[in-house]
Design a protein around this ligand. Structure first.
Ligand code: ZN
Length: 207
């Protein structure tokens, strides 16, 4: 939703409802963990009322554990927190799951995969940032491709069925490569909302 028209959120979410997209991804920024502010709970409540697809909430904020109940109240399916923001990551993952949501953990481009090695069998999804978080419309960092392949091997080694999600610079031009490397979930913002036909663009991504 970061690339949607914030003056026409209802229109843009209705478009997504009518499309073949699987989830609606919300990027929450606090101006502290990342150098930008996006939107907070009043805006997300308005979006959640219109959305008919599962909500995938990505918190780019410090102390994400403080907002687990607010995120749950939106009807969220998947709540993801940054490893870099959670010194007690194992506990936060359990807290998210205890209230009935799926738990995802996010790594910035510079954070090595070993930082989540001990929670690979606890999480439902690992989100690899393919840009430095804070702004939409950035270019895909090419090293992410190798990181996806290594993460897929790590998950297979511990027989974890956690999903691999990629966020940042995703488009129809790299979707195939990402999928082949082992990604399951692709987050597309600018690629969809800047397209002349967003519904056809989603179909192209899924194809
Ligand atoms: Zn995101």
């Amino acid at each position: 939703m970061l690339a949607a028209d914030f003056g026409n959120l209802e229109r843009d979410i209705s478009m997504l409802n009518a499309s073949h997209c699987d989830w609606i991804h919300l990027d929450v920024m606090d101006g502290v963990f990342v150098p930008n502010i996006s939107f907070g709970f009043p805006v997300m409540e308005a979006m959640a009322k219109v959305a008919k697809k599962p909500l995938d909430v990505h918190l780019m904020i410090v102390h994400p554990e403080k907002f687990i109940h607010e995120v749950k109240a939106l009807g969220t399916y998947m709540m993801s927190v940054h490893q870099e923001a959670c010194p007690h990551l194992h506990r936060v993952v359990q807290q998210i799951k205890n209230v009935g949501m799926k738990a995802g953990v996010v790594l910035n481009p510079a954070t090595p995969l070993c930082m989540i090695e001990e929670v690979l069998t606890n999480v439902d999804m690992i989100l690899l940032m393919a840009v430095n978080p804070g702004f939409g419309g950035q270019k895909f960092i090419p090293q992410t491709l190798d990181k996806i392949k290594r993460l897929r091997q790590m998950l297979d080694a511990v027989q974890s069925d956690a999903l691999i999600e990629i966020d940042g610079g995703v488009s129809r031009f790299n979707a195939n490569e990402l999928y082949d490397a082992g990604a399951n979930v692709l987050v597309a913002g600018s690629a969809v909302f800047n397209a002349s036909d967003p519904i056809a663009e989603i179909d192209a991504l899924k194809a």
